[in-house]
Design a protein around this ligand. Structure first.
Ligand code: ZN
Length: 387
């Protein structure tokens, strides 16, 4: 309101003083934190709870506002319950509640920076955590890798996580949130496992993103490729020039993170396939189908009493469980009433191989060299220069 002349007149000196103090605060804050103001301005919205019947919120010095912006007083921890068409807390009904704190808001006992926005969606309570992008990245590093890895690998992770997040944000600008907090997008568990090395990697790469042809790339990544990274066309049907797949022997130096084995009974496999919607009855045997251009299983053939069915390797992984069949690079043995699987790699295999990146950093490559290897033809740029 200070910008209206009639109001400005009597308050002139006071306003100038307030503006000066505000300007000094804004200018000094980024310097204290080692992050530029333009980067701090970028926020991200992550869905941290979906379709819950109740949510507990706690924290020191929490500020709460309703959907109209009205400040509310509340006793913490507060349990917010789903009620018909709204949220119920301390006997009052709301459509939306915003919680914020200078340190962290605890949602279901996990701390989050920024603010937590509770609303009703998909017949349950949805919680969206909105926070500065760079703070989100600091919290994310130890969910995806370990910040004790060589710093160039941690910096590579910070850059691809930032690139991935900004790509998603631009694609879902008008959606209620930009990303999930699971492997569907990037694993994120709040600020509980932040540490100084994760913060250092984020600060030393602040604002940097990977680009191709001037645009921000879809920076897919995975845990371990098992020898060769996958082409995006083989997983999602979309061919991208920087995601055609590269050779990667580097992750093979960490066999424990790459090789996997499991045994499942035919009955259990059939149950999981049926639960995923595949019409299989009386499963007798499973055979590998053809391999794709990157040496992964294109198809899995199910021999059953109701006929033979071929499904894609990715569909098979999804039905049985991504944590059980860790990649589509596997062989299998039919034993009596059960199948033994042994494979290499963990994840879809597209883009950067995290364990390979770790080895490349140990071999002396910097984060720029690591990224240009896994995403050929890409360039590192400041996000502020491309939008
Ligand atoms: Zn690899």
């Amino acid at each position: 309101m200070c910008f209206y002349p009639q109001v400005l007149q009597p308050l002139n000196r006071k306003c100038i003083l307030i503006l000066l103090v505000l300007a000094m605060t804004v200018l000094s804050w980024p310097v204290r934190n080692g992050i530029h103001a333009a980067v701090l301005d970028e926020t991200i919205r992550i869905a941290i709870v979906k379709s819950a019947s109740e949510v507990t919120v706690a924290g020191e010095g929490l500020l709460v506002t309703s959907e109209t912006g009205e400040p509310l007083s509340m006793t913490f921890p507060a349990t917010v319950r789903l009620t018909k068409g709204g949220l119920l807390v301390e006997g009052k009904k709301f459509r939306r509640l915003l919680f914020s704190a200078s340190s962290a808001v605890y949602v279901n006992n996990k701390p989050y920076r920024g603010l937590a926005e509770l609303s009703v969606a998909d017949n349950g309570i949805q919680v969206v955590n909105q926070l500065p992008l760079e703070e989100y990245l600091v919290g994310l590093i130890n969910c995806e890798i370990s910040s004790s890895w060589p710093i160039e690998a941690v910096k590579a992770q910070a850059i691809i996580a930032r690139t991935y997040a900004l790509n998603r944000k631009m694609a879902r600008m008008s959606a209620p949130y930009h990303m999930e907090s699971s492997v569907i997008d990037q694993v994120y568990d709040g600020c509980l496992i932040e540490d100084s090395r994760a913060r250092r990697a984020v600060q030393e790469t602040e604002g940097k993103v990977l680009t191709f042809g001037g645009g921000i790339i879809q920076a897919f990544y995975h845990s371990s490729c098992g020898g060769r990274t996958e082409a995006s066309a083989n997983v999602w049907g979309t061919s991208l020039l920087y995601l055609k797949g590269v050779e990667c022997q580097y992750c093979l130096t960490s066999p424990a993170s790459t090789a996997w084995e499991c045994k499942l009974s035919l009955k259990e496999i059939e149950e999981r396939l049926r639960a995923a919607g595949h019409k299989v009855s009386g499963l007798n045997e499973i055979k590998p189908g053809s391999l794709n251009s990157r040496g992964r299983l294109k198809q899995v053939v199910l021999l059953a009493s109701n006929g033979d069915i071929a499904i894609s390797g990715e569909q098979f992984r999804k039905a049985i469980g991504y944590g059980v069949i860790k990649s589509t690079r596997f062989v299998m043995k039919n034993l009596r009433n059960e199948i033994s699987f042994s494979g290499s790699g963990n994840g879809h295999g597209v883009g950067l191989c995290q364990w390979g990146s770790k080895q490349r950093a140990l071999d002396g490559f910097d984060c720029g060299e690591i990224l240009s290897y896994y995403y050929p033809g890409t360039e590192l740029k400041m996000f502020s220069d491309i939008r």
